[in-house]
Write a protein that binds this ligand. Sequence first.
Ligand SMILES: Nc1ncnc2c1ncn2[C@@H]1O[C@H](COP(=O)(O)OP(=O)(O)OP(=O)(O)O)[C@@H](O)[C@H]1O
Ligand SMILES: [Mg+2]
Length: 409
Amino acid sequence: MVRTDKNKIFLEGNLREETRSALVCIYQLIQKLGYQDVVLDFSGATYVDAGMMLPIASYAAYYRKNQIDFSLVEPADPVLQRLFINTNWAHFIDPQKYALNNRRRSNNLPVLQFQDGDAQFDVVNRAMEILMETIKVQERKQLKALEWALNEITDNVLNHAESPIGGLVQIQSFPSKNRVSFYVADAGLGIPSTLRKAIAGISSDSDALDRAIREGVTRNKATNQGNGLFGTFKCCEESSGSFLILSNHAVLRYDSKGLSVKTDNVPFRGSFISATINYSTEGLLEKAFVFGGKIHEPANDFIDMHYSHVEDKILFEVSKEVEGFGSREFGRRARSKIDNILVDKNNSILFDFGGIPLISSSFADEVFGKLFAELGAMEFMRRCEFRSVDATVKRLIDRAISQRMKESN
Ligand SMILES: Nc1ncnc2c1ncn2[C@@H]1O[C@H](COP(=O)(O)OP(=O)(O)OP(=O)(O)O)[C@@H](O)[C@H]1O
Ligand SMILES: [Mg+2]
């Protein structure tokens, strides 16, 4: 439930479907009642999600630029309280009190802001790095599809929105469900507003959103193709995921019930897009990216750009790729990256252990013992090479592999 008392907004209980009410309250306190300082009181909240918090974060960042202060009363529930800090929701509501958390979180990218192309490039790369560590695809093209969609939606903010705060992006992965959700918000002009200026005959904001996700619809045929929203939407649709756009006076929603577009009398300032994709869908890229009757395969992906080659091998600099070498958890993340590289049968890896004096035996087993057992000796030797391995590290890897071999006999 969401209610107000003077300049305070109380957000209580399960807030799953309360995004609109929260935004309406913010709008009313500031635009109608003229408050210059708004308190968001989450002390009684029991459930919140990025679908609500990213739009709120975007509003807070926008209004702060216009000299309106936001402050936060943290949830009393300690789990939620940590979530507010870790995801940077707290930071974007009240940056003076809460520092930006720049650390990687295992399955998630906290909310990050991008205001130019370099920052956008950075954010997408960080997201891909996290996805490489947390999800396991069956085809390299599935990762490509996720990267493409994320690039397009964030790129749209810089290309079209004229947002004074740039864009905010947050990503969550749900490896056990084979799903990734990404959320992008800006406080700019809004999709209907930019499209309506360019295309005659759009009858309403909801008509504009309905058209925006169709193939080839763009505000500028000379410079753009109009495939970004279409391709992203198709990724969600083809994978039975979900898709949501809030922008100006319209809401577009795609979920298991199908596609709907509705008018909303309270406008959303800017655009908010939430996309959930089931990446394990077979042939996801080939199904989703058909433009002008042809399958579009993005030329370069994260793996091409992030890794260099030594002869025909992908160079995996272990000290840079892995945050720690002491535990199975770090081992699992390293293994996930390695699997996502090796999923492409053309790839083999040169592991460079330069600068690493020691790894734990659980790390050695999690990564190399298990990889050896899964690939088998011949395939392991064909696809994995090592260099600059310290004698102690070598012993540990050898032992991990021989123990796994014993187990399989
Ligand atoms: N964040 C945004 N803010 C404002 N308008 C947007 C935003 N995102 C998309 N639009 C509008 O929706 C239209 C369609 O977007 P879409 O990404 O599908 O195509 P495009 O960006 O024009 O072309 P392409 O993505 O192929 O380069 C854009 O031309 C623009 O008018
Ligand atoms: Mg685009």
